[in-house]
Ligand binder design. Structure first.
Ligand code: ADP
Ligand code: 5GP
Length: 216
């Protein structure tokens, strides 16, 4: 079958998939696979003041900053949103999201519920709310969440306890989201998140102008 010549297709906005969920729910695992399936989708690399975990790479997983560096980016207005999560600062760079969306590319954001609230408010206020889809990724149970946090073997006991305490509060925010994906089986959660992306790419609001207007 011939591939469509995308250069002749009318323009549309990209889709920003905002994924939140408690630490250990599987956001990194699921997002990594969705990104592997959708090479045109870009991961929004966040800034953080937390220390890198074993296996994390600066500039790929996060931009690891000092508190002073983070504060100067706040002052310069570089963040789309930022929040304090589990005692560290995290923020999404405007430059990681907005230029790509404008060019029709899709972007994946892994951010906490406070950050998602800011993005929802700001995008709605500036009339671009339709470009954002908010997905809550939940574990099948709190007991399984604890198993996953411990099984990951990346955090000290005190950090695990802090993250578990925050999980109940975060899970209570699920109803603020447009979609709920329960990460019981990895392939099913990946398929559901990809389905949300594909549906939003077809949303009428994603098209710029009138894509069906007769061509001259
Ligand atoms: P998050 O990014 O939400 O903090 P991770 O992606 O790091 O979570 O996942 C936490 C741990 O749980 C990891 O060790 C990961 O391999 C594991 N995990 C993720 N999804 C599943 C799943 N569906 N079933 C079992 N283990 C999972
Ligand atoms: P972790 O330290 O486990 O990588 O992430 C801890 C929490 O911070 C997760 O809930 C994750 O979604 C959130 N997070 C990661 N990047 C950002 C960001 O840029 N902004 C906000 N608000 N939260 C973030």
């Amino acid at each position: 079958m011939n591939q469509p010549n995308t250069s002749t297709l009318p323009p549309r906005h990209g889709v920003a998939l905002v994924v939140s969920g408690p630490s250990g729910a599987g956001k990194s695992t699921i997002c990594r696979q969705v990104l592997a399936d959708r090479p045109n989708m870009r991961f929004s690399v966040s800034c953080t003041t937390r220390a890198p975990r074993a296996g994390e790479t600066d500039g790929l997983d996060y931009h690891f900053l000092t508190r002073t560096e983070f504060e100067s980016k706040i002052a310069a207005g570089e963040f789309l949103e930022h929040a304090e999560v589990h005692g560290n600062f995290y923020g999404t760079l405007r430059a990681a999201v907005e230029p790509h969306l404008r060019l029709g590319g899709d972007v994946l954001l892994d951010i906490d519920v406070q950050g998602a609230r800011q993005v929802r408010l700001n995008s709605t206020a500036s009339g671009i709310g339709a470009q954002y889809a908010f997905v809550f990724l939940a574990p099948p149970s709190l007991a399984e969440l604890e198993r996953r946090l411990r099984g990951r073997q990346t955090d000290a006991e005190e950090v695990i306890l802090r993250r578990l305490a925050a999980a109940r509060r975060e899970i209570a925010a699920w109803h603020e989201y447009d979609y709920l994906v329960i990460n019981d089986e990895i392939p099913r959660a990946v398929a559901e998140l990809t389905a949300v992306l594909d549906a939003r790419r077809c949303a009428v609001a994603a098209w710029i102008g009138d894509p069906l207007a007769p061509q001259e």
